[in-house]
Design a protein around this ligand. Structure first.
Ligand code: GTP
Length: 306
């Protein structure tokens, strides 16, 4: 199954940087060396088993944008599964950015009515922390207004923290056909392991594919107020970011990352391969449960998740 993902936005807003970090495992520090994208750069990324993401990174210089919106219109906007539009939080040409954005929305409504639209208020690291929330809230309001009747999801992102992983995990989740089913199986698996939480990651990107927590609540064990407060709402994207950084360190040492085990005073965690394309993280707060037992459970659950 092939899903087309359009990555659009003004030149220099950060599209290629985020693509290279998520899909090519490049560190943020190397993104300043990227040149401007000429016309459209297409990439096919095998995501899960049969799901192939067909990424269209559309160079954002005006001449290219004008051509996407005129002569290339039907080619660009046909068969789109998701459009991600990136706005530089410090853009000095917001009016022009919005004009192009509205035209892209129109293109989608003509050629891909059911496409999901994600908007990223990007480079938020450039805004002083004290002002960040206010600035982002103002931008979100502005973007929702510009989107009119089109339902959009807005995320604030930066390549220098975990926010990028949160946004992209949400984006790819809309493209995974059996995401709900996966969560159901993970819940059953979590119960079998007496785990606080189980999280499934895609193997190369380490984006979160499913969790054992309910989709509409980011908290495991919602009935247990102690556990509720103990779990960090950013834990998913933080884990993606940390593991990717760790994998990069491993590859610099010419070592291949396989699995991880942590036994801390408060909890035990095991990260191991679940299927060819996924990793699973099992977090257990019960001190009686040994990591070997968790590994054994993962081993026995593999067939179910293949
Ligand atoms: P075109 O290819 O011309 O359309 O540009 P682009 O949108 O692909 O921009 P690109 O990814 O090349 O990024 C431009 C610059 O922005 C690079 O120097 C990046 O290092 C920088 N950049 C990208 N993301 C961030 C971010 O989150 N914060 C900051 N401070 N800089 C960023």
């Amino acid at each position: 199954m092939k899903k087309k993902v359009l990555l659009m936005g003004a030149s220099g807003s950060g599209k290629t940087s985020m693509r290279s970090m998520i899909f090519s495992n490049n560190p943020a520090s190397l993104t300043s060396r990227l040149g401007a994208t000429i016309d459209v750069e297409q990439n096919h990324v095998r995501f899960l088993g049969d799901l192939i993401l067909n990424l269209w990174d559309c160079g954002g210089q005006d001449a290219f944008m004008d051509s996407y919106l005129s002569t290339q219109r039907s080619v660009i906007f046909s068969h789109v599964g998701v459009m991600i539009y990136v706005f530089d939080v410090e853009s000095r040409e917001m009016e022009k950015d919005l004009e192009y954005y509205r035209d892209c929305l129109e293109g989608l409504s003509q050629f891909s009515k059911n496409a999901n639209v994600f908007l990223l208020v990007h480079k938020v690291d450039l805004v002083r922390e004290a002002e960040r929330n206010t600035v982002v809230e103002r931008k979100v309001e502005e973007l929702e207004k510009a989107s009119g009747e089109t339902p959009v999801k807005v995320f604030s992102t930066s390549i220098y923290d975990e926010s990028l992983y949160k946004a992209w995990s949400n984006i790819v989740n809309t493209l995974i056909p059996n995401a709900r089913n996966l969560s159901k199986h993970l819940r059953i698996f979590a119960e079998a392991c007496n785990a606080t939480e189980v999280i499934l990651f895609e193997r190369t990107t380490f984006l979160v594919i499913a969790t054992s927590s309910h989709a509409d609540s980011s908290d495991a064990f919602p009935s247990d107020p102690v556990a509720l407060h103990a779990l960090d709402p950013k834990r998913y994207e933080r884990t993606s970011e940390l593991i990717k950084a760790f994998k990069q360190s491993c590859s610099r040492l010419r070592e291949e990352f396989r699995s991880l085990e942590m036994e801390l005073a408060e909890f035990t965690a095991v990260l191991d391969e679940m299927t060819k394309n996924t990793y699973v993280l099992v977090v257990v707060h019960d001190p009686v449960i040994e990591t070997a037992a968790i590994r054994m459970n993962i081993c026995m659950a593999r067939k179910k998740f293949e």
